[in-house]
Design a protein around this ligand. Structure first.
Ligand SMILES: CC(C)(COP(=O)(O)OP(=O)(O)OC[C@H]1O[C@@H](n2cnc3c(N)ncnc32)[C@H](O)[C@@H]1OP(=O)(O)O)[C@@H](O)C(=O)NCCC(=O)NCCS
Length: 168
């Protein structure tokens, strides 16, 4: 069984390789600083029996954000004021050796569940994702995310759709 933990010194950041240098480098050099400064939180997927330095199977990063409503599709935007609060899934990656085993789906569900729980207490109209390229965008579209009107690599899922996805 695998489990999800907040990134710490116990995790083998150097050994992680998802095939995307920018994501590997963020995990190695920046993610822990951002946790300490409360900028964002990075969670890692590890084997429940792993011992430090624990191999990282995958990770995701979440944080707060504000969205310019005009950047969203008009049918959605019309219900809201010009700026709305949201949660951003800034990064999500699975180690190359672990891809295709539904771990990406597992981390995406963990992130959206975290968003749904946070939204109960502090609000947040949607979960936003920044896809690094069109292939990554296709991954999010596969789960029902919708594109922003202004940027094809930014996608969102409103709370109602998140609740439906989690209820399935
Ligand atoms: C994109 C990524 C996170 C997917 O993780 P994964 O563990 O390989 O994917 P999973 O095995 O969980 O796939 C779950 C489902 O998504 C589908 N899927 C996976 N990658 C996909 C893609 N790029 N486009 C469309 N569908 C995709 C799978 O076919 C599977 O479909 P199913 O539900 O019908 O079985 C992973 O390939 C990765 O880390 N890539 C490098 C970094 C990256 O691009 N991150 C994206 C955000 S910036």
């Amino acid at each position: 069984m695998n489990k999800i933990e907040l990134l710490s010194r116990d995790h083998d950041r150097e050994g992680f390789d998802c095939g995307a240098d920018a994501l590997n480098s963020y995990l190695r050099n920046i993610a822990r600083q951002h946790i300490e400064k409360q900028i964002s939180k990075t969670f890692v997927l590890v084997d429940e029996h792993a011992v430090a330095p624990k191999p990282i199977l995958g990770f995701y990063t979440v944080g707060l954000c504000e969205v310019v409503t005009g950047e969203l599709p008009p049918s959605f935007a019309k219900k809201y004021p010009p700026l709305i609060p949201a949660i951003r899934l800034g990064r999500l990656a699975i180690d190359l050796r672990q891809q295709g085993k539904r771990l990406g789906a597992a981390l995406l569900f963990a992130a959206i569940k975290q968003y749904a729980q946070a939204a109960e207490s502090v609000g947040g109209v949607a979960i936003i994702v920044d896809a690094k390229d069109e292939k990554a965008a296709q991954f999010y579209l596969h789960f029902g995310f919708e594109r922003f009107a202004t940027d094809p690599l930014k996608l969102f899922m409103p709370l109602g759709a998140v609740r439906q996805l989690l209820a399935v």
